[in-house]
Design a protein around this ligand. Structure first.
Ligand code: 5CA
Ligand code: ZN
Length: 409
């Protein structure tokens, strides 16, 4: 499917720094060392409802990864999927009586508009699960031929025991894995499973369920994790630089994906680092489509909120922290946006090279956006207090904020 239009990224003087990020699989910080073309896969939406601020916060984090890499002079191969067929989407369509494909198409279109408004750079390939079925079927066949799968009533399961590295992404104990598996789309209690954690890779066709020709697998539809593996391997291959998503994906999704790919290719690792954004909550609970406690990006836009203010509200929090959305967060972002716009609207100001350096340093340090915002705040405060005579400064500040933070002043 098509992605969305890219906003232009101004080129900044000098050069950006190499990015260090917290990697879930080592539990520590790693300085990434991509080649001239950095490769990143970020898990996309399941389009059964509109983009909420939690989604936006996660995509904001990985948009910054892309921006920092571009600032170092690299190209970026960025791939994002759309889970346009899966249990929760089908369940929602059944509930509302809408055609599942129409629902997915409508919500994906709204997501594109939200991403465009927020100036998130588009992925090079934006790929639906349905589009990936022709790659998924032979993969499942190969896993089966390698003895890594088994069947229960026509459904095909992957044996986690086939991967000697299983568990290395999330590093959780067995009990926690079992709990999370039940919470996040798994079926640990289904009778006949060899290991309760084993995930489904091919769901046999059932009455009323969408399904496709699965060749020797029989008619059915793909499981969730194999979808992202197929798309990542199709465009990036093994050993890409960053596998990204929210922290709710570390287990089971990214753990299972890594195992599928490692067994399939007999290579290691699937991704060099696994990077996870914190969860955004509302009223004390993780914002989630299934709980319904949502603040939609499209609703805020409809209410006249400037997308740059939404973006600043996201940037005010470190990407790894869990945080709560409140009206005060948005008010503060609006006030900051007004201060910055007023500061760059003057014909001159205090020199801004130091600010650019500070923003680059902050972002390279595990995307420390609160520190990056503080550097721009300091420049704006100095402008407000005493001004300056550098006629290039306001433009440099605007370009820095645009190129590195995705905020249009
Ligand atoms: N389609 C799958 C990934 S393959 C999926 O998780 N879709 S989703 O629509 O539920 O979430 C899309 C992205 O937003 C994922 O990276 C997820 O981790 C992230 N996300 C979901 N809820 C939140 C939240 N409350 N805060 C931050 N990120 C979130
Ligand atoms: Zn995914």
């Amino acid at each position: 499917m098509h992605a969305w239009p890219a906003s232009e990224v101004p080129v900044l003087p000098g050069q950006g720094r190499d990015l260090a990020l917290h990697d879930t699989s080592t539990g520590g910080r790693v300085t990434l060392t991509p080649g001239p073309v950095a490769r990143m896969y970020v898990c996309g939406i399941t389009p059964y409802d509109a983009t909420h601020l939690g989604h936006a916060a996660t995509y904001n984090a990985f948009d910054l990864v892309q921006r920092v890499w571009l600032d170092t002079g690299r190209q970026v191969q960025y791939i994002q999927n759309v889970t346009d067929v899966d249990d929760p989407l089908i369940a929602r369509a059944v509930e509302t009586g809408e055609d599942w494909a129409a629902l997915a198409e409508r919500e994906t279109a709204l997501f594109r508009d939200d991403m465009t408004a927020l100036r998130m750079l588009p992925p090079e390939h934006f790929v639906g699960a349905v589009e990936a079925i022709p790659w998924i079927v032979p993969m499942v066949e190969r896993l089966r031929d390698a003895g890594a799968t088994y069947e229960i009533e026509g459904d095909i399961y992957f044996s986690v025991s086939a991967d000697t590295h299983f568990g290395e992404v999330s590093r959780l104990d067995a009990e926690t894995m079992r709990l999370l598996s039940a919470e996040r789309g798994g079926d640990p209690d289904r009778p006949g499973k060899k290991n309760p954690l084993d995930p489904i890779v091919w769901v046999a066709a059932r009455e009323g369920d969408p399904h496709w020709d699965g060749g020797s697998l029989g008619p059915g539809r793909p499981g969730w994790h194999i979808e992202c593996v197929a798309i990542a391997l199709q465009y990036l291959g093994m050993g890409f630089d960053v596998q990204g998503g929210g922290s709710d994906l570390a287990f089971p999704h990214h753990e299972m994906g890594a195992s599928h790919a490692q067994v399939l290719t007999a290579e290691y690792p699937f991704a060099k680092s696994y990077v996870h954004a914190g969860m955004v909550g509302l009223d004390g609970e993780k914002m989630s489509k299934s709980k319904g406690n949502l603040v939609f990006v499209s609703k805020l836009r409809e209410d006249g909120v400037d997308p740059s203010a939404i973006r600043l509200a996201l940037l005010a929090h470190h990407y790894r922290s869990d945080w709560e959305y409140t009206d005060a967060v948005l008010q503060e972002a609006n006030a900051r946006l007004a201060r910055w716009r007023s500061a760059v609207s003057r014909p001159d100001g205090p020199a801004a090279e130091g600010m650019l350096d500070e923003v680059r340093t902050a972002l390279a340090d595990d995307l420390d956006t609160p520190a990056a915002l503080a550097a721009v705040d300091r420049w704006a405060a100095e402008q407000e207090a005493s001004g300056g005579s550098d006629t290039g400064a306001p433009g440099l500040v605007s370009r820095t904020v645009d190129a590195l933070l995705g905020v249009s002043l």
